[in-house]
Design a protein. Structure first.
Length: 290
């Protein structure tokens, strides 16, 4: 997971005005008619083809939760705060039979949209894991009052939000690609660990296939770092060694591209770079972690 700056989203011309008008119409509907009306507005709002193009431009065509590439897949524009009902869970992440009204008034709010893969957005059960956001959206304490403006919403949200810089910093991956709570450069709290645990379950970040693919990408970047360090040492220890200097610079360019925002699993690959920074002094010197 990397930080996604939603301010970079530029909705297509006329989209916001249309969404505003649809919201006004939605507000006039009786409660028992809202869900059907929202569904009928899908292609005009969150599933609008031009809006999807705009969303994909922010960090590329990948899931904002898991960073899995979406080429050849059916992307989901997820409502971070569910537009329909909200299903409650207990402290042990067990689903309860309690349902609450969803955040229906933000059904057409673009700041509530997140690009997601099916396995992160829809409930799935694998051999050893289960996950998928579906109707779950646990918060600590009170939820926003109905009709609250999005920019005035203050909730103690438990799942990590890719559009929140401090949330993204909490996620870490071990050398096998398994997700966990970060304690890099900071001391993790019990609350931090719980939020990460919930997010792993909610976004299905521990899906076995996903962990395996993530590990492969981390292994690749780790090998790139090792080879770059070899060139760096040769350049520094042999005066006038322009061949190693050039090779080192080429490897730096390649590594930066592989950990760029639009690269698959760039969050996990950046974790591999952070872990290697303890041994390779040049990682900070040449801005790989800038």
């Amino acid at each position: 997971m990397i930080y996604v700056d939603l301010e970079k989203l530029i909705p297509p011309q006329g989209w916001e005005e249309k969404a505003k008008n649809l919201l006004a119409e939605l507000n006039s509907k009786p409660a028992d008619q809202r869900s059907d009306f929202i569904d009928k507005c899908r292609l005009q709002t969150w599933a609008h083809p031009e809006l999807l193009v705009a969303i994909r431009k922010i960090v590329g065509n990948k899931c904002w939760y898991s960073e899995v590439p979406l080429e050849g897949a059916d992307p989901n524009v997820d409502h971070f705060r569910p537009k329909g009902r909200v299903k409650e869970v207990d402290d042990k992440l067990q689903s309860t039979n309690n349902y609450l009204p969803g955040y229906w008034w933000w059904a057409f709010e673009w700041r509530n949209f997140r690009l997601a893969s099916m396995h992160s957005n829809q409930r799935r059960v694998d051999l050893h894991t289960d996950g998928g956001k579906a109707d779950f959206f646990p918060v600590k304490g009170p939820r926003a009052n109905e009709g609250t403006s999005y920019n005035l919403c203050i909730e103690d949200v438990i799942p990590l939000d890719p559009c929140n810089r401090t949330d993204v910093a909490l996620l870490w991956f071990d050398s096998n690609g398994a997700p966990s709570c970060s304690d890099w450069k900071r001391k993790k709290s019990v609350e931090d660990e719980f939020r990460v645990k919930v997010s792993i379950w909610l976004y299905h970040l521990d899906k076995q296939d996903l962990v395996s693919r993530r590990r492969d990408h981390m292994d690749e970047i780790s090998l790139d770092l090792f080879n770059a360090n070899t060139d760096y040492e040769l350049w520094k220890t042999i005066p006038g060694n322009v061949v190693s200097k050039k090779s080192f610079e080429t490897r730096l360019t390649s590594i930066k591209k592989k950990i760029s925002d639009d690269s698959a699993f760039s969050g996990a690959k950046r974790v591999a770079v952070r872990a290697a920074s303890a041994n390779f002094e040049w990682i900070f010197e040449f801005g790989l972690l800038a």
